[in-house]
Every structure is written in C-alpha cells, then in structure tokens.
Design a protein around this ligand. Structure first.
Ligand SMILES: Cc1ncc(COP(=O)(O)O)c(C=O)c1O
Length: 363
C-alpha cells in the first residue's frame, strides 16, 4: 500500500499571508516612497535604546544566545512582580502561540478560537492536528459567553486576543473574570495581549493576577508593537511555573537571538519612546476617526494601533487602488471579514497620505 508523504492535516493548512512587505510593492509596482500600514508595526521605527544596545553587542554573534534568556526574564520578572520561572521568551509571541498548541493539545483535544481573529491561533492548532471549534464574534468583539457555551469535555485550550486583531475591540476585566470563573479548571486559556502597552481604558483586565493566583492562564506580550522591534522577533509569555516548565520542553532550542535579547532589555527602559508611541497613536487615532467620519466610512472604535474599516461592498478593489498609490493596508477576506479592511495608525504624515489616497480612490 502506498503511504502518503504528508499527513492530511498538514495538507489542509492554509498558510498565513502577512501584510505585503514594502520592498515587494516597490518592486512589483515600480513605486518609491511606499507607506506600509498593513502589519500594526511601530511607525516611529525601533526603540533608539534598543538600537544602541544591539550595535554595542553586534560583535558577540559568534556565540550561541543564552537559551534560558536569563537577564531578560530577570528584568521582566522584576518589572511585572513575577518570578523568573513564570516567564518564557519566544521568537515573537507567534512562536509561543505554536508552542502552547504543541504542549497542551493531544489527538482527542479541542481548542476554541474566535472566527474572526488573529489567524495564527487556528494555524497553531491545525499544525499539531488538534481539533478546532470556532465561535463568531458579536458586534466585532469576542463573545465570551458563547465561547464558554462551546466548551465540551474535550476542550483543552482557548485562545483570546485582547484586544482582538483585526477589530481593535477588547474584553473588560469584569468580562474576563466572569468567563474564567465559569469554565472548568483543566482548560488552558491563552490571553494574547500584543497591544497591551497602547491601552488606556481602565476597564482593561489585569490578567497577570490569574498568573499570580496559579490559574491555568497564559498571558502573552510582545516587543513587536510599541517597542518597535517586530523585525528582531521577540515576545514573552507568563504563566504559573508548572505550565511554563511544560512549554519549555517543546520550545525550539536557541529560539531568540542574542541581539533580540539585548535589544528587548534596552527597549524596556526606553520610557520616552514608549510614551511618544502612545501619544502618536492616540493623536493618530483621533485624526483618522475624524477624517473617516467626514468620508462617512464606518469603522470600529479601537483600543489598539489599528482601525477596522467597514464597507458596504467588497473593498478589495479599493485596497488595490491604495496599493497603486503606494499605501499598503490589509484586506481581511482570509480572516472571514470580506467587507472590511484594516489600517495601522501611522505617523501624522502617513495618516495624511492614507486619507488623501483613500479620498482619491473613492472618487
Ligand atoms: C494579536 C496578535 N498577537 C501576536 C502578534 C504577533 O506578535 P509577534 O510579532 O510577537 O509574533 C500580532 C501581530 O500582529 C497580533 O496582532
């Protein structure tokens, strides 16, 4: 009997399609001065303190990095009032999201994800041949009561993006509390807080309290957004010591580079850069909201560094027109949002360029 080379569950995986890189658009369309507002990156560039630290340590890359990431874990533990054993560092949070599926899902187990959310959760589950239940959003927000209802005795893992990417809506501390108190103890909940540092709403959850209480909650954060280090690939997760010990067993050896580790440590001290990032984002959001209202384009109020735009018809042609004008934003058909586009909040100049291109494209 002929045996298949690749298992069925791998054949079924639909690969993630990232935001178009600047260089690709410039090459394909023969454009210069392209603006990328497609991947929720930091429009201010990388943290200057991180760049300085990376330059200082560049001659050390002949050595393998510290696999245990001692100093960064020590620093994060002290800032966050956790123990070092409650932290794991990954090659971006995406790396750890995959490790979580590999650690906790056996062949009979199910994971619950939202239907319109960061696609990596679904891919992480599919890659380990886990079973998936998807729950639609309600008013563009995670429907936690519906997710709780979807739980069966086979449910093992639930991914929650807070705020949700691509809608920018968050669940509150009270909602998360109610949800976590209503679900069985054997379910691991991964709460992805990639946009944590941007959030100014006081009702946002203090999810580290679940970690400190030893509950099976894993909180993930990243250096890719406000710290401006998306290209370095470094993020972290926090959970009780036991869960972290298991995740370490499946993690890839040397998954974060030495330069990423020293860059991330320096970025944590870059308070000026972080505050500037928040200010630019807050003012950028206000500017874009006003302009979108003037254009009568519906959008979802966002607590992150991006905005979801809603159109009456398929906006793919509009996305292409913007591309030709050198502005890259994100179509969301693959995210089950065919009427929507997502735009990252940029600098004032970038936002202006986007609005101008949008106006011209709509005419
Ligand atoms: C919800 C969410 N989680 C994780 C990530 C990726 O983070 P990282 O760059 O740390 O892998 C993103 C990036 O867009 C995101 O939106």
């Amino acid at each position: 009997m002929k045996r298949e080379l690749v298992p069925e569950h791998i054949k079924k995986v639909i690969p993630y399609l990232p935001g178009k890189p600047l260089s690709e658009v410039e090459r394909e369309l023969g454009l210069k001065d392209v603006v990328k507002l497609a991947s929720n990156e930091n429009p201010l560039g990388p943290s200057p303190l991180a760049v300085e630290a990376i330059s200082k340590h560049i001659n050390e890359v002949n050595f393998y990095p510290d696999d245990g990431v001692y100093y960064l874990r020590q620093k994060l533990a002290s800032i966050l009032n956790l123990s070092m054993d409650q932290l794991i560092i990954g090659n971006g949070t995406t790396d750890i999201l995959g490790d979580i599926a590999r650690t906790f899902l056996g062949p009979e187990d199910y994971a619950i994800v939202a239907d319109q959310t960061f696609l990596v959760y679904r891919l992480a589950v599919q890659a380990v041949n886990g079973n998936l239940i998807t729950v639609p959003l309600k008013n563009y927000t995670y429907d936690l009561p519906a997710m709780a209802k979807a739980i069966t005795p086979h449910t093992k893992l639930i991914y929650i993006a807070n705020p949700n990417n691509p809608t920018g809506k968050m669940v509150t501390g009270e909602q998360l509390d109610r949800f976590l108190n209503s679900i069985p103890e054997h379910i691991v909940v991964a709460v992805d807080e990639a946009y944590y540092e941007y959030i100014e709403d006081p009702s946002y959850p203090d999810s580290l309290k679940y970690v400190r209480e030893g509950r099976p909650v894993i909180v993930l954060r990243t250096f890719s957004k406000i710290f401006g280090l998306a290209g370095l690939r470094i993020g972290y997760a926090m959970a009780n010591e036991e869960l972290i010990r298991y995740i370490i067993k499946v993690k890839c050896l040397f998954n974060t580079s030495h330069l990423a580790q020293v860059g991330a440590m320096a970025a944590l001290d870059d308070h000026e850069f972080i505050n500037e990032g928040k200010r630019v984002n807050r003012e950028g959001y206000q500017f874009l909201a006003e302009e979108l209202n003037k254009l009568k384009i519906k959008f979802i109020p966002s607590v992150g560094n991006f905005i979801l735009l809603i159109f009456q018809e398929d906006p793919y042609k509009l996305y292409e027109k913007l591309l030709r004008k050198g502005v890259i934003i994100r179509p969301l058909k693959k995210w089950n949002l065919p009427q929507e586009l997502r735009v990252t909040i940029g600098t004032y100049q970038q936002n202006l360029r986007f609005i101008k291109a949008l106006k011209e494209s709509l005419e």
